[in-house]
Design a protein around this ligand. Structure first.
Ligand SMILES: NC(=O)c1ccc[n+]([C@@H]2O[C@H](COP(=O)([O-])OP(=O)(O)OC[C@H]3O[C@@H](n4cnc5c(N)ncnc54)[C@H](O)[C@@H]3O)[C@@H](O)[C@H]2O)c1
Ligand SMILES: O=c1ccn([C@@H]2O[C@H](COP(=O)(O)OP(=O)(O)O[C@H]3O[C@H](CO)[C@@H](O)[C@H](O)[C@H]3O)[C@@H](O)[C@H]2O)c(=O)[nH]1
Length: 463
């Protein structure tokens, strides 16, 4: 089956970039990305392509090339669904905040709404592709809804999890380690798999396109994120031991990373991992394991989250302890608010939790992040519901100039590893700060010797 029209439901961090690349690489396919969020669609369509809602290096250029040619962003969900032969579901699947599984399970209400909408409006056969990260066996639920509420048209359901990381989304999509496609073993299922393989084969070597059954594909996504996050919690656990023993976690990471069985990637000790995926997906894995009575499996993976929470709290406690056990009315400058560099995404960023802890101690926080607005900073803190929005606004400000953010501060804390932080005039920052001037480097990006020479009291993670 040759695909000529694709619809993607969800114009977020996955739907937007993924469809932009498909449109760029497959000019013969018309790709329409739809979303209920009118503001988001309007900014995807903004005349100035630099205003698109997601910041990813290289993305605006690709959108510029394909938008209006074969890439469209629209709020007309029904129309796009009905016209397409293949529909990607790329909506959010956050952790449940209510009812059974609250705080653990994935909330599938948006997925179910999509399935019902597809069933309601489809007048021709469709291939439905799960792009969102979903609990194993979700395809079964989607199939049941489609088959029982549809207009008699036939649906094939594929699982095609996305492995892109934010900040490198374009490169990850252009040069993926692998593409994973899970589908039914029936003849129809195999035809559907082939149709999606043919789309990716426009730019991905066929040897990198892996096909499996649906359940393996769904579970592989949760497994990949669990393994990646586990490496970070493992190195972060060692960072605390390094601080006690005089070992240096960067040296330890280099030494173990040269073992080809371990490998060098994902061994950077930090203030803790953030992002919308790791915590959510591991909690979901823990919930699934528990629901099958596999308590030891659940406890094993939950420890990755416990360690990460500890690492974030340890960072804020250390700031308070080092600043003579009080930060009350002291100005702490935060360089970085995003959960990692090269993205404007702040979901689950360590900065939010560190700020929350410090505000509990009456600190005054001044944030500078090259891509995050003050509105977003406040929304992130308000979401925690620790205190009133007014109190948050009194306790935290943000600056468009990093030097202004650091002026008069008792300490600077590095929360995100933006490259520009390394290039700053640290002497100038030092001169304008309270003395002694402290730097807490939550990303181990600055040069300790240089900063100490200037006069800073410098503390990194794990040394
Ligand atoms: N962010 C990542 O880097 C990443 C990477 C791989 C996988 N994932 C997974 O991909 C999925 C999407 O993540 P995201 O970061 O793009 O989320 P997101 O919140 O940025 O985007 C989801 C979009 O879906 C829209 N939406 C929700 N319900 C809808 C409906 N019924 N009809 C139309 N639009 C609807 C929302 O308005 C939102 O704009 C999640 O399951 C996530 O776990 C994310
Ligand atoms: O050595 C490291 C590597 C990462 N991090 C932190 O870990 C978090 C996650 O980083 P990363 O994995 O690079 O970004 P994400 O966009 O969250 O991507 C992850 O989550 C996505 C959503 O499921 C997956 O698709 C990706 O494969 C997976 O890497 C960030 O806070 C990083 O700063 C570290 O602290 N140390």
């Amino acid at each position: 089956m040759k695909i000529t029209k694709i619809c993607c439901i969800g114009a977020g961090y996955v739907g937007g970039p993924t469809m932009a690349i498909i449109a760029q690489k497959c000019p013969q396919i018309q790709v329409t990305v739809v979303d209920l969020n009118e503001e988001r669609i309007a900014t995807w369509n903004d005349e100035d392509v630099n205003n698109i809602p997601i910041y990813e290096p290289g993305l605006s250029e690709i959108v510029k090339e394909a938008r209006g040619r074969n890439l469209f962003f629209s709020t007309e969900v029904d129309k796009a669904i009905d016209e397409a032969e293949m529909i990607f579901i790329s909506v959010n699947t956050p952790t449940k905040t209510y009812g059974k599984g609250k705080g653990m399970a994935a909330d599938l209400k948006y997925i179910e709404l999509c399935a019902r909408q597809i069933a309601r409006v489809s007048t021709s056969n469709k291939i439905v592709v799960e792009k969102s990260t979903l609990p194993v066996r979700t395809a079964e639920a989607i199939k049941s809804i489609l088959d029982n509420t549809g207009n008699g048209v036939k649906f094939q359901i594929l699982s095609n999890p996305e492995f892109l990381a934010e900040g490198t989304a374009v490169q990850d999509l252009l040069h993926p380690d692998r593409i994973l496609i899970g589908g039914d073993t029936t003849e129809e299922g195999q035809k559907a798999i082939q149709a999606l393989v043919d789309v990716y084969a426009n730019w991905v070597a066929v040897g990198k396109i892996l096909t499996t059954n649906v359940w393996s594909s769904e579970l592989s996504k949760l497994t990949a994120n669990a393994f990646l996050a586990q490496r970070i919690s493992s190195i972060n656990a060692m960072s605390e031991l390094c601080e006690k023993t005089g070992a240096d976690v960067n040296e330890v990471a280099r030494a173990i990373g040269m073992d080809s069985r371990i490998g060098p990637k994902f061994l950077k000790a930090s203030v803790g991992f953030g992002g919308s995926c790791f915590q959510k997906d591991i909690l979901n894995l823990v919930y699934i394991a528990k629901s099958y009575g596999l308590n030891e499996v659940a406890d094993y993976w939950e420890q990755v989250i416990i360690m990460n929470d500890h690492q974030k709290r340890r960072f804020s406690s250390n700031i308070v302890k080092t600043l003579y056990n009080t930060v009350s009315d002291k100005k702490i400058a935060f360089l970085g608010w995003a959960f990692k560099k090269d993205t404007n995404d702040t979901r689950e960023s360590a900065a939010i939790y560190v700020a929350d802890d410090l505000i509990n101690e009456n600190a005054k926080i001044a944030v500078y992040d090259p891509k995050v607005s003050y509105k977003k900073v406040l929304a992130d803190l308000d979401y925690l519901q620790t205190r009133t929005a007014d109190k948050n606004a009194e306790s935290i400000v943000s600056f468009e100039n990093p030097y202004k953010a650091c002026e008069g501060a008792h300490a600077v804390a590095i929360l995100t590893e933006w490259d520009e932080f390394v290039t700053y005039d640290w002497q100038k920052i030092y001169d304008a700060m309270q003395k002694p001037a402290f730097v807490f480097d939550g990303r181990n990006i600055l040069n300790a010797a240089e900063l100490e020479k200037i006069g800073f009291v410098y503390q990194a993670i794990g040394s």
